[in-house]
Structure formats: structure tokens, C-alpha cells
Design a protein around this ligand. Structure first.
Ligand code: ZN
Length: 463
């Protein structure tokens, strides 16, 4: 209205709208003012007083309290007509004449810990619950980013701050990288729903102990099996606190371990030996064979045929017509399969290690526990006959962890779903340009593993 006055116009009937503010115990004392802001926007300011009675007896000595002073506080409310809405709230401060204790009048529509109204906090929570990012909410409503973060954290704590109630039958535990410089967190997920149940910085035994304390014995009693890699820390914590839970070693982790501790180690050793006897050709062949040795034959075959198809397409459509190859396309290397065959010819040991990996995968896929167990013994026997040191030590690892491997036949679970959680973590970090607050990051991860709770509904009038 001041804006209208400034334009030399008195507010007329068709310029006004009267709406009840619906704030409990708030008495508006002056007309809303329209104030121009530095960024060109308009802010509406509404002044008023709180009408909630103040207790007359002192909380400390029960003597009479007397009005001591009036205070004013600014509280943000839901924007009106696309303008920021600021409430100028006057409240009373009472003082005890006997002991000097002071009590302020309660502002019933203010949210705890922040200078915004309850209904505004609920609106922000709803937007965040729909899946809007903090930055979008900050830009949309013009609220401070730290305030949006604090409200979001409070919202997520309310949703996921408590231990899960729905029982889980199968869970998986693994470490995920949360920061650079090798900082990790332990994550536990429900394998059937994919929901993140627990997150904590660190990857030691105590993280499992904290998880067990957090969910409680009752919840834990419903868990049948847990999938994990051969991590002695996680393993012993589960065995001690929840011996009824079957430990299953995740097949993907085992295959990765084989790749790292047998194939890669062996290749490096052979590479070194070739270098020592100055066999440059073998050295180069081995050096370039890193990824080829870690892929299976069928994958290499498929990659070769795709590369050939790509090259044929490029030559028919561009090169033969004298046209330039478009950006983003290039000729691809073929002959990965023949590279593998050459590598197999370089050294018998490499050939054995490669073939034994395929055998190991087949042995692991068996669904009969007795057959799986005898298959593993057989596999270890063959591995030992090779006399290759890397294979000998892997066979020993397998035999030491046989129970967890055989359990896979009873409960064919894997930590595959946890890979998805790892990707979610990366997306969250990227959206927030790295996270400083670990606790908030874990809550975000828990929320991201579940669907947003938004259900579109069209308004229905009751009358
Ligand atoms: Zn008192």
C-alpha cells in the first residue's frame, strides 16, 4: 500500500484483498507494508503482538512475575503474492520481583531454533521431501542455505534417525569411500529393499558393534544372513554378537580378490622377470595385458566384434566417401582375443591362473552345499599342483574361509546392490560439491536409497 501511496494513488477497493493470517495468538497491529529490497524484489512486512498469556508465577520461586520489557523479533513467514513475508513480532519479557528470574512470552507459531514460522518450516520440508535439492529450495524461497540445510537435516533425522522397525532377512555390509585420502564409512543395507539401514565413518569392528547396538537384539534375531567381503573385522564382530547370522562371502569381492592377488601379482612378477632377461617384447605384451587378463573370454569376443562393426561402419560411411570422421567417433582397437591368446602362450602359469578363475566361478555358482564344498576342495587341490606361489596363497585363503563360501549355496546373496549405494553416494557428493557434515551425508544417503514420499494429489474441497 505504501508503494501505491508513493505512486500518488490511494489504495482503492479493487487493490485490496483481506485474508486471515491464521497464526495462533498473533494480533496484527499495523497494515502490511511493501518494502523494496536491494535486489529489486519486494518484501511484505506485517507487525503484530503475541497474545499468549505468560504464567504469572515464577518457575523458580513461585512469586509473582511482572512485565519487565517489550522485545521485537523478525520471523519469516510463507511468501505472499510472490514476495518475501516478514513478521515483526512484539512479545513480552516478565521478571520475578523476588529472585530476578526472567521468562519470555512464548511465540506459538515460531519453529524451534530458527527465525521462521512453523508452517514455513513445514513447507520447506515438503519441498525437500519431493526431491528438490537444497539449492533449488534456497533459490526458490530466498532462504539462507544454512537454514535450508538445518531444516533438511532435522527432517531427515525425524525420518531415519531411529533404528529400523521392519525386519530384514538378508543384509549386506561393506565399506564405501566418503572422502579422498582413503576415508571410509561402513554401510549396511537391506538386500531385499536396497534401503540403507546404517552408516558410520570408519571400517572397523566397532562399526559393526555400533550397528548391532543401534538395531537391537530383537531386530537382529530376524536376520538370516549377511553378505560381505572377507573382512576379518566385520566377520568376527558378527560371529561374536550374532552367531545365528550366517556369513556369506560375496562372489564379486572374491573374484576381484582373485584378479588382484593372483592374476595381477603374477603378471607383475612375470613382467619383472622379462625385464631382467631383457625380453622387451614379452614385457610390453604383459604390460598392455592388464585389462585383458581381468576380463573373461566372452566379454573380449563381444568387444572385438563391436569394435569391428564400428570400424566397418566408419570406413563405409565416411572414409571411402572421403568424409571426415565425426567428433566423438573413432576407430577402435580390435584383436583383444588374440592378445589374450598370445598372453596365454607367453607363460604356462598365466594360462593356468586364467583357466582356474573360470573354474572357480563355476564351482562357486553351485547351489548344493555339499557339491560346492567338495568342488572348492578339488579346486584348491588343482591350484596347489600348479606350484604357482600366488595361487597357493589364494587356495589357503579359500580354505580358511570355506564356511562363508559354502554358505553361498544356502543363501545365494551378493553385495551387488551395495554397488548402487556407492553410486548414490557419488551423486550426492557431486550435487553438494563435497560434504563436510558426515552425519548429514549419511542421512542423505539413507533418503536417496528410498523413494521420495511424495504422492501427487489434487485438492479436494470438503464443502
Ligand atoms: Zn522468582
Amino acid at each position: 500500500m505504501t508503494k501505491l501511496k508513493a505512486q500518488g494513488r490511494e489504495p482503492a477497493m479493487h487493490d485490496c484483498i483481506t485474508v486471515a493470517h491464521k497464526l495462533p495468538h498473533f494480533d496484527v497491529t499495523t497494515d502490511p507494508e511493501f518494502l523494496p529490497c536491494a535486489d529489486g524484489s519486494i518484501m511484505v512486512r506485517t507487525a503484530g503482538t503475541v497474545t499468549l498469556p505468560v504464567p504469572s508465577a515464577c518457575p523458580r520461586c513461585s512469586s509473582m512475575m511482572r512485565l519487565h520489557a517489550y522485545e521485537t523479533v523478525h520471523i519469516r513467514d510463507i511468501p505472499i503474492f510472490n514476495a518475501q513475508h516478514l513478521l515483526e513480532v512484539r512479545y513480552q519479557r516478565h521478571r520475578c520481583s523476588c529472585c530476578g528470574a526472567e521468562v519470555s512470552q512464548d511465540i506459538p507459531f515460531k519453529t524451534d531454533g530458527h527465525f521462521i514460522t512453523d508452517r514455513y518450516a513445514r513447507l520447506v520440508s515438503r519441498y525437500l521431501g519431493y526431491g528438490m535439492t537444497n539449492k533449488t529450495v534456497h533459490r526458490l524461497l530466498g532462504l539462507n542455505v544454512h537454514l535450508v540445510k538445518a531444516l533438511d537435516k532435522g527432517r531427515l533425522e525425524g525420518l531415519y534417525g531411529k533404528a529400523p522397525k521392519t525386519p530384514s532377512r538378508y543384509i549386506a555390509i561393506d565399506e564405501i569411500s566418503i572422502h579422498s585420502h582413503h576415508r571410509y564409512a561402513t554401510v549396511v543395507i537391506d538386500l531385499e529393499t536396497g534401503h540403507v539401514l546404517f552408516c558410520e565413518a570408519g571400517k572397523r569392528k566397532q562399526q559393526v558393534q555400533h550397528f548391532i547396538q543401534y538395531v537391537g537384539k530383537q531386530w537382529l534375531s530376524k536376520v538370516v544372513a549377511v553378505s560381505m567381503d572377507m573382512n576379518a573385522q566385520y566377520d568376527s564382530a558378527f560371529k561374536e554378537a550374532a552367531p545365528h547370522i550366517q556369513i556369506v562371502y560375496d562372489p564379486f569381492h572374491l573374484i576381484k580378490l582373485y584378479g588382484d592377488s593372483v592374476i595381477t601379482k603374477l603378471r607383475r612378477r612375470l613382467q619383472q622377470e622379462a625385464l631382467e632377461r631383457e625380453d622387451r617384447a614379452t614385457y610390453e605384451e604383459l604390460k598392455g595385458g592388464r585389462f585383458i587378463l581381468l576380463s573373461n573370454r566372452r566379454t573380449l569376443e563381444a568387444q572385438d566384434s563391436m569394435a569391428r562393426e564400428n570400424n566397418r561402419d566408419l570406413s563405409e560411411n565416411y572414409e571411402r566417401k572421403g568424409l571426415q570422421i565425426p567428433a566423438g567417433r573413432r576407430r577402435q582397437r580390435t584383436g583383444k582375443l588374440s592378445h589374450l591368446d598370445r598372453l596365454m602362450g607367453v607363460n604356462k602359469g598365466l594360462n593356468v591362473a586364467y583357466v582356474l578363475l573360470e573354474q572357480f566361478k563355476l564351482a562357486y555358482a553351485v547351489r548344493d552345499p555339499l557339491v560346492l564344498e567338495s568342488g572348492m576342495h578339488q579346486w584348491c587341490h588343482i591350484a596347489r599342483q600348479s606350484k604357482i606361489p600366488e595361487l597357493l596363497s589364494f587356495a589357503a585363503t579359500v580354505e580358511n574361509h570355506l564356511q562363508g563360501i559354502v554358505n553361498h549355496a544356502y543363501h545365494p546373496i551378493s553385495s551387488g546392490k551395495l554397488e548402487g549405494t556407492n553410486n548414490l553416494a557419488k551423486v550426492i557428493k557431486r550435487n553438494a560439491y563435497g560434504f563436510v557434515d558426515d552425519e548429514y551425508f549419511f542421512l542423505k544417503l539413507m533418503a536417496a536409497s528410498r523413494r521420495p514420499y511424495y504422492k501427487p494429489r489434487s485438492p479436494r474441497f470438503l464443502h
